[in-house]
Design a protein around this ligand. Structure first.
Ligand SMILES: [Zn+2]
Ligand SMILES: [Zn+2]
Length: 368
């Protein structure tokens, strides 16, 4: 049998193309032929500073066709050979309370931070048989407890590659932030994640969507407008708080979503200022290990609810796929670049702002 080619992270910022044996597929397993692996800001971080020294096939936002499916896999899960699917990066235990709620992201079986044996696509060591645990490869192995979604008809694999940021958009803005009809929202950071939040807030009926970025984000801020932002603010040119006060007629916004990267404490501090006087919600990613002088007094006086952005649920993925299928907004403005397997290193660096300029979302296509 022919070997499977994969791009393997072998150290910080270092990739090698390696081949792996084609796995045997048990009756309750399957094999996916990769079409598109989306690359996001998490890849940029994990590539620069890997959480372990193990060799890892990265790629955790994976779209492909079922190439081989065991009979039990098809019988229990309802996916058969030839189906176009999105595979979540979480691999659940199927038994715990989180799994039963469809909130696999909290399952111990897939939590690499606390469980050294956790399985998660794009994170698990390639040394662990059957090795194919990441999307930067021609094939990916699917065990019985992988979590799949059908890609709706009419959605191309490349467009489906947006499902992860879009599902985070549903989870963070709607489920965590409570955005809905007539909401006012501040979205900080116009990368693929901030733009996906914009799309979902627009679809949900938000009355005011403000997106912030820096001067190097000029092109992204234009895309934000095309996707539903009512106002964009370049924080290098304009003092954002004053502008937000003006746009909300002194009221402040209902919800703040922090989708910045590497901006330190500034976005959280702006968020606390920009939220309405009482009862606003802020969803944060919490990149920093510490937050000196956190204004907890102001936060509690303003009766702010602070929530942690943490991936997506099953329901959020299904809604995100519906959003992609609706063709309601020009989402092709987000899928800006394609890269082949040999160019994984360049692709990740480009998403991180070094390499090819003006990348918003990069699609890694392992067969090109
Ligand atoms: Zn991601
Ligand atoms: Zn579980």
């Amino acid at each position: 049998m022919e070997p499977v080619l994969a791009a393997v992270r072998v150290g910080p910022g270092k990739t090698e193309i390696r081949d792996f044996p084609m796995p045997d597929i048990p009756p309750d397993g399957a094999l996916m032929k990769m079409e598109v692996a989306g690359i996001c800001g998490t890849d940029v971080k994990l590539y620069k500073t890997p959480p372990s020294s193990e060799p890892v096939i990265m790629g955790h936002e994976n779209i492909g066709y079922i190439a081989k499916a065991g009979s039990e896999f098809t019988r229990r899960k309802g996916f058969k050979e030839g189906d176009l699917v999105f595979v979540e990066h979480y691999v659940s235990c199927g038994k715990c309370e989180w799994c039963h709620q469809g909130q696999y992201r909290h399952c111990e079986n897939t939590d690499w931070r606390s469980n050294p044996d956790a399985i998660r696509y794009g994170y698990t060591s390639a040394a662990k048989a059957p090795h194919l645990w990441g999307g930067f490869a021609q094939y990916v192995y699917l065990p019985w407890n992988s979590i799949l979604h059908h890609v709706p008809k009419g959605v191309t694999p490349e467009l489906a590659g947006l499902v992860t940021p879009m599902a985070n958009g549903v989870e963070w803005s709607l489920f965590d932030g409570g955005v809905g009809y007539n909401s006012s929202v501040l979205i900080q950071g116009p990368g693929q994640q901030g733009l996906s939040q914009t799309v979902i807030c627009k679809q949900a009926g938000a009355a005011l969507i403000i997106v912030t970025g820096t001067s190097k984000d000029a092109a992204r801020l234009e895309v934000a407008k095309a996707l539903g932002a009512d106002y964009v603010i370049d924080v290098d040119k304009e003092e954002p708080f004053g502008r937000i006060v003006e746009l909300t007629r002194g009221k402040g916004v209902d919800v703040v979503l922090d989708c910045t990267a590497g901006a330190g404490t500034t976005p959280v501090l702006l968020g606390i200022e920009a939220l309405k006087r009482k009862g606003g919600t802020m969803v944060v990613q919490g990149e920093m290990a510490q937050f000196p002088n956190f204004p907890i007094g102001k936060m509690t006086v303003k009766f702010i609810t602070l929530k942690s952005a943490r991936g997506h649920s099953y329901k959020a993925c299904e809604l995100a796929l519906e959003q992609l299928a609706s063709k309601r907004l020009p989402l092709e403005r987000i899928t800006t670049h394609r890269f082949g397997l040999k160019d994984v290193d360049l692709a990740i660096k480009s998403v991180g702002g070094q390499g090819v300029p003006d990348v918003i979302h990069a699609s890694l296509m392992p067969w090109t």
